[in-house]
Design a binder for this molecule. Structure first.
Ligand SMILES: *Cc1c(COP(=O)(O)O)cnc(C)c1O
Length: 434
């Protein structure tokens, strides 16, 4: 498979280059040159397949030029010992739980595949790799878990001091070994700037083989399509069209849903659900993309003013606003509405949801009111509620269950190195490890 840059269609690279570069030199995004469709036989029999079997088939269909079937099986086997169950909420509504991986957020699906794929290519080339990643919360935990103890790869995570939840911080700072956490006295933007500056620094790039694990990497997009197929496999026997509501920030998750759709997954409609950082719902409404600075909300993993995957999202529709809008409805909700939805889900369906999941539920309900048709609605649950325990308990007015895995984490000692947002200090620290 060749991947082209959304900015320069003639710039094409193979899979290995696309994943290690992450971004094309012209600052566009990599997209698959053509999107193969799955065989009708596979789709009609999909309800008999496991998550792993589905993931193998999709990966093989997309990447058969780059990986043999055995290599694909090995990568999927390494990446996934968890899956994505769909649970019933009301007669025609299901929640697709994407938090059963090691960091208990959906980012595990992307991070673990990327780690397995990168180490596959590294094993061939025998060069060590240094991954740099800035995180505002969930990405760091998923990347840390995904790359933990992967031979030939070290990970440096930068996070803003005091601005991530206790559990999120422990996920970054307790693993050790090849995973190191830098606690930056500054904001998430400062962390991201340090990482960007490192990629631009000639000296660092000569000394190290640097790579990024951010959400625009095509190696994170592809595996996020797996669970849309897995949801279909669980629900197709009901014989109704399926609508997905996706709680969105950088729009990697929804873009992966569109990839699944283009590969032939029958999806009646998508709902782009956001908090008041609503650049995409406003674009769908008006046809004008006018990103605004991000605003803090209780669904903070979606506090994104200028979503990095927007270009990819519209590219799936040939950059045409009307066709995009025909397939995707956009709705946005404020914190009061989100908290109320968390209480409704708890009281009426006995379901404890994190705030991001509640936003997806609201989007689905809003679309249902506007739509005349009958369908199975699936809202995606992107994180376990206990990752946001203080907020969830305060909103619901009661204690919630915390999985053992998260409880144990809280008792482990934190290990991080404090740095300022000054680039030269960061650089010296990286070089001193040589
Ligand atoms: C990252 C994240 C999102 C947003 O996903 P995008 O792919 O950036 O749209 C939503 N919910 C949670 C819990 C997240 O961690």
């Amino acid at each position: 498979m060749q991947f082209y840059s959304t900015k320069t269609a003639s710039h094409k690279v193979n899979l290995e280059e696309a994943i290690f570069r992450s971004l094309p030199p012209d600052n566009g995004l990599y997209m698959p040159e053509h999107i193969p469709t799955l065989s009708p036989d596979f789709l009609s029999d999909i309800h008999n397949k496991s998550f792993q079997e589905i993931a193998i088939e999709i990966t093989h269909t997309l990447l058969s030029d780059d990986l043999s079937r055995e290599e694909v099986e090995h990568i999927i086997g390494l990446a996934y010992d968890f899956d994505a169950p769909a649970k019933q909420i009301t007669e025609d509504t299901y929640v697709l739980e994407l938090f059963h991986g090691p960091s208990m957020a959906f980012k595990d699906f992307g991070a673990r595949f990327m780690a397995a794929l990168m180490s596959h290519f590294l094993a061939r080339s025998e060069k060590d790799l240094k991954i740099l990643v800035a995180t505002s919360g969930d990405t760091g935990g998923a990347v840390a878990q995904g790359f933990f103890d992967v031979p030939g790869i070290s990970v440096t995570i930068l996070y803003p001091s005091g601005k991530v939840s206790d559990i999120q911080e422990k996920q970054l700072t307790t693993l050790g070994r090849n995973v190191r956490a830098l606690e930056v006295e500054g904001t998430f933007d400062d962390c991201q700037k340090l990482v960007k500056d490192a990629f631009l620094d000639t000296e660092l790039n000569t000394k190290f083989n640097l790579a990024s694990a951010n959400s625009i990497n095509i190696a994170r997009l592809i595996p996020q399509s797996f669970y849309y197929f897995a949801a279909y496999a669980q629900l197709k026997q009901m014989g109704k069209p399926i609508v997905f509501s996706v709680p969105s920030g950088n729009f990697g998750n929804l873009s992966a849903g569109l990839l699944a759709f283009r590969m032939g997954l029958p999806v009646a409609h998508f709902v782009a659900s956001t908090n008041i950082n609503n650049s995409v719902p406003r674009y769908l409404e008006s046809g004008v993309y006018n990103p605004l600075p991000s605003v803090e909300t209780i669904s903070n993993a979606m506090d994104v003013g200028n979503p990095s995957n927007f270009v990819r999202l519209i590219r799936f529709f040939g950059d045409d606003h009307l066709s995009t809008k025909e397939k995707i409805s956009g709705y946005y909700f404020n914190d009061v509405e989100t908290s109320e939805a968390m209480r409704i889900l708890d009281q009426k369906a006995n379901y404890v949801a994190c705030p991001h999941t509640a936003v997806a539920y609201l989007g689905l309900e809003t679309y249902r009111k506007e739509s005349e048709s009958e369908f199975i609605g699936v809202f995606l649950s992107t994180a376990h509620p206990a990752k946001f325990i203080d907020l969830v308990e305060k909103t619901l007015g009661k204690p919630i269950d915390v999985p053992e895995r998260l409880k144990n984490l809280l008792s482990l000692p934190k290990r991080s190195t404090k740095i300022t947002s000054d680039f030269s200090q960061f650089k010296t620290l990286l070089i001193s490890e040589l």
